[in-house]
Write a protein that binds this ligand. Structure first.
Ligand SMILES: Nc1ncnc2c1ncn2[C@@H]1O[C@H](COP(=O)(O)OP(=O)(O)OP(=O)(O)O)[C@@H](O)[C@H]1O
Ligand SMILES: [Mg+2]
Length: 223
């Protein structure tokens, strides 16, 4: 078991943003979460990635309880094992596209320099970022920023990718590039938890959960 989520709950005042969610993820599982705006999808991902503390419940990653890790341990785990694509991704303003993609390498050193460069070139080619790899974030379109953030999330070959609307700013052609890339990494055993409104992407997952009012309302596909 890679990720075990038990009775996860987050409240803001009397409101439940996430309510008693439990599920398990094995290595290589691909899960999509869909649901209306405000149903708790981003809150759930923030809890799963340790950016937000739950009001109740447990998250076990590789049998380690997220809440019991020190700040340093959490940061190390996040950099080396988790791939993160946020709903509104931010890049480092004074680094170009290639440097932004390579940024997680500075914190972890999982691979050699040569290997990082090779992986970076592969991701840049796959996402058709060649012509903009030397540009700074302020010179990029929203979709280009999003593709750069996706490449950055995969540079360390994480165990699990958490992606919040990774195709939200992309046209159909670029969404398709992202779709192919996610499927390829998933075939190589990357686990994926994807939040999306794009049913074309969602249907690649083995399991689709629909979130409503903080709960997994129904399983649309899968177990
Ligand atoms: N920091 C916060 N303080 C108070 N309420 C919050 C906070 N963050 C989120 N919420 C509330 O929690 C609920 C779930 O928000 P969340 O961002 O998880 O929704 P979402 O499903 O990701 O929506 P969208 O599809 O629009 O991105 C919403 O009602 C929101 O107003
Ligand atoms: Mg959201």
């Amino acid at each position: 078991m890679l990720l075990r989520v038990h009775n996860l709950t987050k409240t803001y005042g009397k409101e439940f943003a996430v309510r008693s969610i439990s599920f398990d993820i094995n290595q290589g599982d691909y899960v999509a979460i869909i649901g209306p705006s405000g149903s708790g999808k981003t809150t759930l991902l923030s809890l799963l990635t340790g950016m937000l503390s739950p009001t109740e419940g447990d998250i076990l990653f590789d049998n380690k309880r997220l809440g019991q890790l020190s700040k340093k341990e959490l940061a190390e785990m996040r950099a080396s094992e988790l791939g993160l694509v946020f709903q509104f991704s931010e890049l480092v303003g004074n680094l170009n596209v290639r440097e932004n993609i390579l940024l997680p390498a500075l914190f972890t050193r999982k691979f050699s320099n040569a290997e990082y460069q090779r992986k970076c070139t592969y991701l840049i080619e796959h996402l058709k970022l060649e012509n903009i790899q030397n540009k700074l974030p302020r010179e990029l379109s929203g979709g280009q920023i999003q593709k750069t953030a996706i490449a950055r999330s995969l540079i360390n070959d994480p165990s699990i990718l958490f992606a919040d609307e990774p195709s939200g700013d992309l046209d159909p052609e670029n969404s398709y590039l992202v779709q192919l890339l996610l499927n390829e990494f998933n075939k190589k055993n990357l686990s994926i938890i994807l939040v999306t409104h794009d049913m074309k992407l969602a249907y690649d997952a083995q399991t689709i959960y629909e979130m409503k009012a903080g709960q997994f309302d129904q399983v649309i596909k899968g177990k």
